[in-house]
Write a protein that binds this ligand. Structure first.
Ligand code: MRU
Length: 367
């Protein structure tokens, strides 16, 4: 997508063809800054600190982390250790496990001296595939938006950032919005600010603004009220992990949105690329839900009067806080899953109709 008119991907190889460039998402929207990652340790730190975040981008960054590691040391021991360390960075987004499995498959049976080239090639094709998958999701989502169009601006609501910054390009939930805007459809996006880390306010609002998509930022707590007034035509969110039966783990606050949508008759879609489907899990209560530092709830990050990005405390010093990163939306609240192969019911049958091979995916409960 474009930044100041220039097309960018959120991750790409540097000019020397081995260092990896990423957009630093911790300083947006105040600064647009690229960082260079040169080792698996750099990638581990970037994922943990949320310099890179969003399920598909975490997978893509981890893939390059493996390539960087085997470039430095192609031994079996280094490969094993890198896969383990990257897998431990964030627990909920299943794309991470998927990407690492892919890299392991490519590297494991090769002689060490051939591993680096093969891993760079695999990481690059994983990134290119992500772009194509999201473009396709955009096309299927666009058809939904055209069907819902009502001769006035179509109001779409989204949560967190399932935008191009969370993927390699296009985004998942945002792909239909970008496609619709480019197609001349009159759309307007309500952007949930997404406490506590404010990915909606800092990232989604910024992205949409850069692309010229009309949008309005709202506190998370306003979404149900807007729905009750008929001011939301459709909700589209992303997913960090969709179970084999169609339940959806996504950013904390997604589940209450789905409840409010159901109560107000608002269609609730999840943009679900196939790498975020967890064929191994049917029971959603087994999804590991990340718990993050309570400081993220007790403080907010923003631009200070001295033009520096800093953190300010918003609660009394002794106050305890809890910080679950994700929640699970039960499948009966999901109108449909927008995948790269089309839209399906949020159900095991729906998913298997589009992805018959999923049932035999390594480790799936049915395999
Ligand atoms: O904690 P984050 O910012 O990595 O969470 C991101 C989300 O919850 C996104 O909705 C999800 O990863 C899908 S991104 C296409």
């Amino acid at each position: 997508m474009r930044v100041g008119g220039t097309p960018y991907r959120s991750i790409f190889l540097d000019e020397d063809a081995w260092g990896v460039r990423v957009v630093d998402q911790t300083v947006l929207p105040h600064r647009f800054q690229l960082l260079r990652l040169e080792s698996a340790d750099d990638v581990v730190r970037a994922i943990r600190s949320m310099v890179v975040r969003g399920a598909p981008l975490i997978g893509a960054a981890a893939a390059y982390g493996v390539a960087l590691a085997v470039r430095a040391d192609p031994s079996d021991a280094s490969l094993e250790d890198t896969l383990e360390r990257l897998a431990a960075t964030r627990p909920t987004a299943v794309n991470l496990r998927w990407a690492l499995h892919r890299m392991d498959e490519v590297a494991r049976d090769l002689p060490p001296e051939l591993r680096a080239d093969a891993c760079y090639r695999e990481a690059a094709s994983l990134c290119d595939e992500d772009v194509e998958v999201n473009r396709a999701i955009g096309g299927h989502g666009l058809a939904i938006l055209h069907e819902l169009a009502v001769g006035r601006p179509l109001n779409v609501l989204t949560h967190c950032n399932a935008g191009w910054l969370a993927t390699v390009d296009w985004g998942t939930a945002t792909a239909p919005m970008y496609r619709a805007h480019d197609d001349g459809l009159d759309i307007h996006v309500w952007v949930d600010e997404t406490r506590p880390r404010l990915q909606g306010a800092a990232l989604t609002a910024w992205e949409l603004g850069q692309h010229g998509v009309p949008h309005t930022l709202i506190p998370d707590s306003a979404a149900a009220h807007l729905m009750s007034k008929g001011e939301v035509d459709v909700v589209i969110v992303g997913t960090d992990r969709t179970t084999a039966l169609g339940d959806v783990a996504n950013k904390i606050g997604t589940y209450p949105l789905a409840l409010a949508a159901a109560d107000n008759g608002v269609p609730f879609y999840v943009a679900a690329p196939s790498p975020s489907i967890d064929w191994q899990t049917e029971d959603a209560s087994r999804i590991p839900i990340e718990q993050r530092d309570s400081d993220e709830v007790i403080s907010v990050r923003g631009l200070g009067p001295d033009d520096a990005v800093g953190v300010v405390r918003i609660a009394p010093e002794q106050t305890q806080a809890v910080n679950y990163g994700f929640d699970v939306t039960p499948r009966h609240l999901v109108t449909g899953l927008i995948t790269e192969r089309g839209v399906c019911d949020a159900s095991g049958e729906g998913l298997r109709r589009l992805f018959p091979e999923g049932e035999s995916a390594p480790g799936s409960e049915a395999s």
